[in-house]
Design a protein around this ligand. Structure first.
Ligand SMILES: NC(=O)C1=CN([C@@H]2O[C@H](COP(=O)(O)OP(=O)(O)OC[C@H]3O[C@@H](n4cnc5c(N)ncnc54)[C@H](OP(=O)(O)O)[C@@H]3O)[C@@H](O)[C@H]2O)C=CC1
Ligand SMILES: CCCCCCCCCCCCCCCC(=O)[C@@H](N)CO
Length: 328
């Protein structure tokens, strides 16, 4: 090859890289001051902390969940964090696993109170753990209806208006368990993997229209939901998941909101989650060009480390999951 051709190519690559970094560093965050933010699962755990942080930023908020008493309590907590005199915090009792039609009518009512939804945060979700043969068919279906369809249907409601306005923010809450399948979590994993595929397509359908799509991938987070799932979680599952760390819902909720306003596709906390997400990145629209560049170099080394991690997972499984011995 002609050496001057090589030099030109390198110069072009360097220029493109700098333009990308400049665009990334000067990108504008979206603002939710005075806008309507609707949070499913906003009465507890991660969703509640998203609501508290949105209140601090001056948003009008509707939290959606089933239990009215808990919703009322949460509204009072959120109100303590308001920054505007006329800021409105409402709740709406709805089972997001109750099907497309019910969600459409309910969301219409939600918008009648506080106006069109500018930001939709889907946090309602649940994990029921157990090995595949121990998973009740109704639990597998329930988690798909709640975690997956309970996110898809609200998005289908808000999307047409957001597209028409060429503005808006949508958050889907998956999990680190939406990147790797884990012993004792198969049915749950499937619902969270599904959300990732959906979010990637959603991002591709809406990016050119100025809509932010964020996929939150929390590791274990210390919430009422987590305390509850621990009761039924196999020991093996607990030990494998503990490798991802245990986070505070206040930190996860704040990070989720900040990432969504910035338009980051992934919202992640903790070094273990970063490593796992880079390993599983596939062709996700990870927008940070500096990280994208770094990933090109890190991927091979991390894959090498992952063999060790996988070996360790196998060791944990073999430690507890011994074949039943014949009793004479
Ligand atoms: N905590 C963790 O370790 C992790 C959690 N996640 C995900 O984050 C999300 C939030 O979890 P977390 O904060 O721990 O959960 P919590 O159990 O603390 O809160 C769940 C919220 O969702 C609501 N909810 C549950 N079922 C329904 C339903 N059918 N319809 C409407 N609302 C519902 C609950 O209210 P109510 O029961 O009154 O309806 C509550 O407000 C979930 O999607 C979870 O899968 C992901 C990774 C890790
Ligand atoms: C140095 C390399 C580090 C890589 C280690 C990888 C460890 C695997 C962590 C898997 C965590 C899965 C958490 C799922 C949480 C969840 O979704 C439930 N709590 C639902 O509520």
């Amino acid at each position: 090859m002609d050496p001057s051709f090589e030099v030109i190519m390198i110069i072009i690559a360097v220029i493109v890289f700098h333009v990308l970094i400049f665009r990334w560093l000067t990108r504008k965050s979206k603002d939710i001051y005075g806008k309507h933010v609707c949070i499913t699962g906003g009465s507890s755990g991660i969703g509640l902390w998203v609501a508290i942080n949105a209140a601090k930023k001056g948003a009008d908020i509707t939290i959606v969940a089933r239990n009215i008493k808990i919703l009322e309590k949460a509204v009072n907590v959120i109100k303590e964090n308001c920054v505007r005199n006329d800021q409105r915090i409402e709740y709406y009792s709805l089972d997001v696993a109750s099907g497309h039609k019910n969600i459409q009518t309910s969301f219409k009512e939600i918008e009648e109170k506080l106006g069109d939804i500018y930001m939709l945060v889907n946090c309602a979700g649940m994990a029921i753990c157990g090995t595949i043969e121990d998973t009740k068919p109704e639990d597998a279906k329930f988690m798909m209806d709640l975690n997956y369809l309970g996110t898809v249907y609200p998005i289908q409601y808000v999307l047409p208006k957001m597209k028409a306005k060429k503005d808006g923010i949508i958050v889907l809450t998956s999990s680190q368990g939406g990147l790797i399948g884990i012993y004792g979590m198969a049915a749950y994993n499937a619902t969270k993997f599904a959300l990732r595929g959906f979010a990637e397509a959603l991002s591709m359908e809406t990016k050119h229209l100025g809509i932010n799509v964020t996929l939150s991938l929390p590791a274990d987070t210390d919430t009422p939901g987590f305390a509850n799932e621990q009761k039924s979680k196999p020991k093996i599952t607990q030990e494998i998941c503990s490798g991802g760390g245990l986070f505070k819902p206040e930190d996860v909720g704040k990070k989720l909101l900040d990432d969504a306003l910035k338009g980051n596709f992934f919202s992640i906390m903790g070094i273990e989650s970063w490593i796992l997400t880079i390993l599983c990145v596939g062709m996700s629209p990870w927008k940070n060009p500096i990280l994208g560049f770094l990933q090109c170099y890190l991927m091979g080394v991390l894959r090498m480390i992952s063999f060790g991690i996988q070996w360790n997972f196998g060791r944990i499984v073999r430690k507890y999951d011994k074949p039943k011995e014949k009793s004479n």
